[in-house]
Design a protein around this ligand. Structure first.
Ligand SMILES: Nc1ncnc2c1ncn2[C@@H]1O[C@H](COP(=O)(O)OP(=O)(O)OP(=O)(O)O)[C@@H](O)[C@H]1O
Ligand SMILES: [Mg+2]
Length: 317
């Protein structure tokens, strides 16, 4: 049964120390009903800790966590489907046996159990593997079963900690389609990911966690709008010094990404206009494209910490 609160989750100044380490420093964020909220942040920034707190596996040292308008309590666990970073299934059981086991654990009555297991086997196309031990499934199929198990008790919020970290491209796209369909059917999602294409495809809103604090929040488009650039020009040249000099003269900040070197363009320019501005340089390739979420995210992380506080991206543009 769903409550009436439009806010499903609210972290208010949540702090947590683990061992010697202050992992979360007054973390505040909200997940509204129907949202797909993505928590981004480098390794060790506190994403999984936030999830463990929400799942009730840890208690905050300070601050409050509310679920559906009331303080988070043990009964709320039944309304959360949590898929932790490591796949936690019974490897010697089949997908159907796993689903049945967890359905039983959540106290589903026999007829409801059967209906729900059948529904999930259909939704996640598990039928061909229904009788195969989980240990014999590929990583991608194990992850599918993991997500299906997270949904067995029809939670209000599905929490996924790096759901596609270890799965191949095809399996990732299949899982994205399934998660998208679930969200369109009304399920709320909280996910963490290091893959910005995944965040952009699945999330309606993103929070960027850095050293235990949320440093920015907004839709993918809002976060991209924070980068002081309207477009990016990826330039491949063997003469890096000449490019640096020219970019400097043009007032185009240079950045290096996994894909290569890019100039941040303060306004949208056509390929011809960029080529003209770079005339005289020996170019191997040139591509002009809209700002990527990766570029915006890396800029946020590289900004000086200052008196870091969460800023709504929407309020800045
Ligand atoms: N039980 C513990 N005792 C001490 N330190 C811990 C404990 N559990 C986690 N940590 C530390 O807390 C920090 C945050 O961990 P957390 O797992 O929340 O990060 P994360 O953002 O999920 O990282 P990743 O992207 O690598 O999954 C890490 O530095 C980790 O080593
Ligand atoms: Mg983690």
């Amino acid at each position: 049964m769903s409550g009436a609160s439009p806010l499903l989750v609210r972290f208010d100044g949540v702090a947590k120390t683990l061992g010697e380490r202050r992992v979360l420093e007054g973390m505040s964020f909200e997940i509204r009903r129907g949202e797909a909220y993505g928590l981004l942040g480098p390794n060790g920034s506190g994403k999984s800790t936030a999830i463990r707190l929400l799942a009730g596996l840890l208690a905050p040292d300070a601050g409050q966590i509310a679920f559906d308008g009331h303080p988070l309590g043990p009964a709320d666990v039944r309304r959360l489907g949590v898929c932790m970073q490591d796949v936690s299934l019974y490897r010697e059981l089949t997908p159907v046996e796993n689903l049945e086991f967890f359905a039983r654990l959540y106290g589903l009555a026999a007829h409801e159990r059967r209906r729900r297991v059948d529904e999930l086997v259909t939704r996640f196309e598990l039928a061909p593997y229904a009788g195969t031990r989980v240990s014999r499934l590929s990583g991608g199929w194990q992850q599918r079963v993991h997500v299906a198990v997270g949904l067995v008790h029809s939670p209000d919020l599905l929490v996924l900690d790096e759901p596609t970290g270890a799965v191949d491209v095809q399996a990732r796209h299949a899982l994205w389609s399934q998660l998208e369909a679930l969200r369109k059917a009304g399920l709320s999602l909280l996910l963490t990911t290091h893959q910005l294409d995944e965040a952009e495809r699945l999330c309606t809103r993103l929070g960027v966690l850095r050293a235990g604090r949320l440093i920015a929040e907004g839709s993918p488009a809002e976060l991209k709008a924070r980068l002081p650039a309207q477009a990016m020009a990826f330039v491949a040249t063997r003469d890096a010094d000449a490019l640096r000099e020219r970019a400097d003269r043009l007032g185009w900040p240079l950045r290096t990404y996994a894909r290569g070197t890019a100039c941040l363009l303060p306004q949208w320019l056509s390929l011809q206009e960029v080529a003209q501005a770079l005339q005289g340089l020996e170019l191997d390739s040139l591509a002009v494209q809209p700002v990527t979420l990766e570029a915006a995210y890396l800029d946020l992380l590289e900004a000086p910490m200052g008196g870091a506080r969460t800023e709504s991206a929407a309020a800045i543009t």
